[in-house]
Design a protein around this ligand. Structure first.
Ligand code: GNR
Ligand code: NI
Length: 187
């Protein structure tokens, strides 16, 4: 598995609309493995392929909630909470229903480092996708999972979380990103 470099805004590649995946094969699984390793390393709770420069409709999510260990998952003898890894893979995801109620979450993005904003999105969604083995799945999702899937699916359309903010807040973030990039080039 390889940890891949994550593209940061403003980079025109993040605005590309990703292409549907034709087949879930070993090459795609290798990409998903690398994406998951990259996401854990960052660390983040989701990653879309375009963030590592691949314009395919594939994304990975692991909310990495911290909690009690699963039965075979080691011990809490040392006192600390144990990380529960629940990687999920979404190929060609589609939203088939969304709730009327919205929820607000203070979102961040690995491609927009250290900047955050409150984004309003449908609280619950019903989505369908293909999993790691190419099996068709459909499920209703809510809370952080619904937020994260919508954030990742935005990436497939070339949309970033700050596009959902007011012009004032968006301009502030774009200005900071551009300034940060200038600093990196100069350094
Ligand atoms: O790690 C991430 N955290 C996060 C927090 C709130 C809403 C969405 C996210 S996704 C983000 C990783 C990322 O940039 N995925 O595209
Ligand atoms: Ni993101």
């Amino acid at each position: 598995m390889t940890i891949l470099p994550i593209i940061e805004a403003p980079d025109p590649r993040l605005r590309v609309v990703s292409e549907p995946v034709a087949a879930v094969d070993d090459a795609l699984r290798a990409l998903m493995d690398d994406m998951l390793a990259t996401m854990y390393d960052a660390p983040g709770i989701g990653l879309a392929a375009i963030q590592v420069g691949v314009a395919k409709r594939v994304l990975v999510i692991d909310l990495q909630r911290r909690g009690e260990p699963v039965e075979d998952g080691g011990s809490v003898e040392d006192g600390g909470p144990v990380e529960v890894r629940e990687p999920r893979y979404f190929v060609n995801p589609e939203i088939v229903w969304e709730s009327d109620e919205d929820g607000v979450y203070n979102e961040g993005c690995l491609s927009v480092p250290e900047l955050y904003g409150d984004v309003m999105r449908p609280q619950r969604i019903r989505a369908k996708w293909l999993d790691y083995n190419g099996k068709a799945c459909e499920e209703e999702l809510d809370g952080l999972m619904a937020t994260c899937l919508q954030h990742e699916m935005d990436h497939l359309e070339g949309i970033l979380f700050f596009d959902h903010l007011s012009k004032l807040k968006r301009d502030m973030i774009v200005k900071k990103l551009t300034k940060a990039k200038r600093g990196k080039i100069a350094a």
